[in-house]
Design a protein around this ligand. Structure first.
Ligand SMILES: [Zn+2]
Length: 93
């Protein structure tokens, strides 16, 4: 079973100081890497660079990553990180 992120983050830092990329679409985690730089991207993963500190609408910051599976898809019926949004949002007027 593939590990997934449970909150909107673009990568997580492991206890040993390495990083695991988080797919922006499905939340899948990459294997641990020395850094989240382009040079360390695992095979098949893609990266969309953003300025340091840039905040995305979901609250995450920085570069976006996609796993090999999602990067190959061209039929996105879901918006990125749909899986992490609350399903029963109550709008307070
Ligand atoms: Zn994915």
């Amino acid at each position: 079973m593939a590990a997934t992120a449970t909150e909107a983050v673009n990568f997580i830092t492991t206890s040993t100081g390495r990083v695991r990329l988080v797919c922006q679409v499905c939340g899948k985690l990459s294997r641990s890497l020395a850094s989240a730089c382009l040079a360390d991207l695992p095979d098949g993963w893609s990266m969309a660079p953003y300025a340091d500190g840039y905040a995305h609408p979901d609250g995450s910051t920085g570069d976006l990553f996609r796993c090999p599976t999602c990067d190959k898809r061209r039929d996105f019926p879901i918006s990125p990180r749909e899986y992490m949004k609350p399903v029963d949002v109550v709008t307070v007027i």
